[in-house]
Design a protein around this ligand. Structure first.
Ligand code: MG
Length: 257
């Protein structure tokens, strides 16, 4: 099932998207909290504005260096256990929304990633039971001011600027998180081409590790790390993150005026 958040100019609503990604059937409430009931209204996806499919109420947990080839290109090894960081929910934007490059950085990078959306409050989840707390999956771009990541020594500012966490285009509730082709394009050119099967720590282990530290709440998001091929993006360019069973998250980059 694909769940989108959208607007036709009125209050945001939720809807179920068909397999082709063309039609949308509106539902009565937020499917994270309510049983799914159709309102009867239907739309063409092309006629609505898709919004970030979830606004995390409490946190986005990022995972660093979770693909061997990416850790290598960053000049290091993969960590012995998942390396977590937090991103503020104010960084989230939706499909098609501009990512604003701030004047503080001259080296902003894209990072295409599979994002996990948590479905219920949980703590100390065992990996074997992680599936029961997952609501679904979406595409993410873990946009990073690489120069500030180096100079700050920790990652809050570099990854936490407003608009630095595009999510979308919708949440897919049924997919194999270890068998997804992940491709990132910059102005149409393939710059990352990986598979989520190459994660060092899989989704279940990430949930176990994160929930051993933090209570997870419905709508929390875990960014699972990026494969090799990260690189710069400048104002005027567009970055697409495509994940096999989800779809394409596409965002233009602009300079702050
Ligand atoms: Mg990342």
């Amino acid at each position: 099932m694909r769940i989108a958040r959208f607007t036709t100019g009125e209050e945001p609503a939720y809807g179920l998207v068909d397999g082709a990604g063309e039609k949308l059937a509106e539902v009565t409430g937020d499917p994270l909290y309510h049983r799914i009931e159709l309102t009867g209204a239907t739309y063409a996806v092309a006629d609505v504005r898709l919004l970030a499919p979830v606004i995390p109420r409490s946190k986005i947990i990022g995972i660093g260096k979770n693909y061997v080839d990416h850790a290598k290109e960053m000049g290091g090894d993969t960590p012995p256990e998942p390396l977590m960081f937090l991103v503020p929910n104010t960084a989230v934007v939706g499909p098609g929304d501009p990512v604003v490059i701030p004047p503080q950085s001259t080296e902003v990078h894209y990072e295409g990633e599979l994002a996990v959306v948590i479905g219920r409050m949980c703590k100390d989840v065992r990996a074997a039971e992680a599936r029961s707390v997952i609501f679904g999956y979406t595409c993410a771009n873990d946009v990073t001011a690489r120069d500030l990541q180096r100079s700050d020594g920790q990652w809050s500012r570099a990854k936490g600027f407003d608009t630095f966490c595009p999510l979308g285009p919708w949440i897919e509730t049924d997919l194999d998180p270890a068998a997804q082709h992940l491709v990132t394009r910059r102005d149409g050119e393939v710059v990352q081409d990986g598979t989520t099967g190459d994660m060092v720590f899989g989704v279940a282990e990430l949930i176990a590790h994160a929930s051993a530290a933090f209570t997870l709440l419905p709508g929390d998001v875990i960014l699972t790390g990026t494969p090799a091929g990260v690189g710069p993006v400048t104002a005027g360019q567009r970055v697409d993150v495509e994940i096999g069973d989800i779809g394409v998250l596409s965002n233009p980059f602009v300079a702050r005026s």
